[in-house]
Design a protein around this ligand. Structure first.
Ligand code: 5GP
Ligand code: MG
Length: 177
């Protein structure tokens, strides 16, 4: 059996590339003179962030934070823990969170609260994908790539049990309804 036999494409490479370009244009218009801090949420956002920043033609900084809400399965535990912390001060910076996907919203709302307490000059959220049907906490996504169906998504940085991050498109696990 091949590596991707159990997967079906949800969002193809071209569609992802078009969304990244559109987001880069929106972010450029708003941040070109703000020297923003782009905060990638590990590990899922690493490919999105890498593609996005290469289309931003102005000074910016990149930091990472790691949050864990998922164990090894597909369901959120509801508890969020901070692992890796940004290595530079958030205070008075224009911070743009770069997320892979917003699902229940629990992780993102925790992150927004966590960062707000550090007094950034501004705080906004960019997410490549959104699963609105699963929301438990209301979240405003300032820059959104696209919505995806209520399925477990892998590829383009997203994993299942640490597998499939390296796929260039976004796929659903076939067994997932
Ligand atoms: P939430 O707290 O919004 O339920 O989920 C936040 C995090 O869970 C996302 O940033 C992502 O890392 C992970 N997650 C949510 N949905 C999916 C999914 O469909 N596939 C994968 N691989 N991770 C997901
Ligand atoms: Mg994430």
């Amino acid at each position: 059996m091949g590596f991707t036999d159990e997967l079906s494409v949800v969002t193809g490479r071209e569609e992802i590339a078009a969304a990244v370009s559109r987001l880069a244009a929106e972010i450029s218009a708003d941040y070109h003179d703000k020297h923003p801090l782009l905060l990638g949420v590990l590990k899922g956002s690493f490919i999105f962030l890498a593609d996005l920043v290469r289309q931003l033609d102005f000074p910016l900084e990149v930091e990472f934070i790691s949050l864990s809400s998922y164990g090894k399965g597909q369901q959120t535990s509801g508890k969020v823990k901070v692992g890796h912390r940004p290595q530079t001060a958030i205070k008075e910076r224009h911070v743009l969170i770069v997320e892979d996907i917003v699902d229940s919203g629990i992780t993102t709302s925790f992150l927004l609260d966590y960062l707000r307490r550090q007094s950034p000059a501004s705080l906004k959220l960019c997410s490549l994908a959104d699963k609105p049907s699963r929301r438990q906490v209301q979240i405003n996504i300032d820059y959104l790539g696209f919505a995806v169906p209520d399925k477990f998504i892998v590829g383009y940085g997203l994993d299942y049990d640490e597998k499939f991050r390296n796929l260039p498109a976004m796929h659903a696990l076939k067994g997932d309804k």
